[in-house]
Design a protein around this ligand. Structure first.
Ligand SMILES: [Zn+2]
Length: 315
């Protein structure tokens, strides 16, 4: 007979009234009451009449029924932590989607609506959303969680319009994917005016004196970066310093594919590094401060424009 391992506290309690054994043979000694309160499935399971003495296939151990579960011990540990009162067990922290998905499947199987929501919320930490928003979108949509689905859709804007293959694509329909792609496209269209019309910039700074760094050669009269006669990026009709026009050109292209404030800030970080490596004594010392302020402003405008676009999905 294969030996079993014992689960970590608090699932090793000597006064527990049932043993649940995971697929990888870890035994959880738990209290029926906590699981019954959390899940109608367990309430029904534990409420079933016991088989009469002598006529039982029921495995027992230490006088307790042993119930074999199909989930592995990692999933069950997280699952039971959600079921137990918070004074006895903290909610588990879910750092990756794979663990979360197993847990979500268990929550569904055992009819734990509240836990299903908790799992999705736990997964909605910025780390998961930033790394894998499209996977999260599919999971949240499949679970019909409106807030989480919309949040995930926003995060997908940081990534190219056409996603790479991902396993959770099976969780959503082609129509739902089309809704997401349409949303992404509409957001791209909504942010285009920001790089075509710089009124938001001139309104913000009020006059060229407040952002003289945009016009390198005028700046303290000693910048060697040069200006470019690019009328698209000439606030108040003044030609900008070359590297800033390059940044604006780059951003207008990037935003078509990734219409997010994050795109603006990330590109600004690259520009700051590039300008510093060019070695202009004037721009190098001020580019970080100026471009950080500027990119935060543009990112805000991008996010405002995107916030006007609806994800056309019913919940
Ligand atoms: Zn310069």
């Amino acid at each position: 007979m294969t030996t079993c391992n014992y689960a970590a506290p608090p699932f090793d309690h000597p006064q527990a009234d049932v043993i649940l054994r995971s697929a990888d043979r870890v035994e959880f000694r738990v209290f029926k009451l906590f699981l019954s309160l959390a899940s109608p499935f367990f309430e029904t399971l534990f409420g079933l009449p016991q088989a009469p003495d002598g006529a039982t296939d029921q495995e027992t151990k230490d006088g307790l029924a042993v119930i074999v579960m199909s989930e592995d011990s990692k999933t069950l540990d997280s699952f039971f932590r959600f079921c137990y009162p918070s004074t006895l067990a903290d909610d588990p922290s879910l750092e990756n989607l794979t663990d979360g998905l197993s847990l979500l499947a268990a929550a569904r199987k055992y009819s734990l609506d509240l836990i299903e929501k908790k799992v999705c919320q736990a997964l909605a930490n910025p780390k998961v959303l930033e790394m894998e928003p499209i996977r999260y979108f599919a999971i949240a949509r499949n679970a019909r969680l409106a807030h989480e689905t919309i949040t995930a859709a926003r995060y997908t804007l940081r990534q190219p319009l056409i996603p790479a293959q991902f396993s959770e694509i099976e969780l959503i329909t082609a129509s739902e994917l089309l809704v997401l792609l349409t949303y992404h496209k509409n957001c791209s269209i909504a942010v285009q005016p920001l790089t075509k019309n710089l009124k938001w910039l001139t309104d913000h700074y009020g006059g060229c004196d407040a952002c003289i760094w945009l016009f390198g050669p005028y700046y303290k009269g000693s910048c060697g970066c040069g200006q470019v006669a690019d009328n698209r990026f000439s606030p108040w009709g003044i030609h900008p310093v070359t590297w800033w026009a390059t940044y604006m050109q780059e951003i207008s292209e990037l935003l078509m594919d990734r219409p997010s404030g994050d795109t603006v800030r990330t590109a600004a970080d690259r520009t700051i590094q590039q300008v510093r490596s060019m070695g202009c004594s004037v721009c190098s010392s001020t580019v970080k401060e100026n471009m950080t302020e500027f990119s935060n402003l543009l990112a805000l405008k991008v996010d405002e424009a995107v916030s006007m676009i609806q994800l056309e999905m019913d919940f």
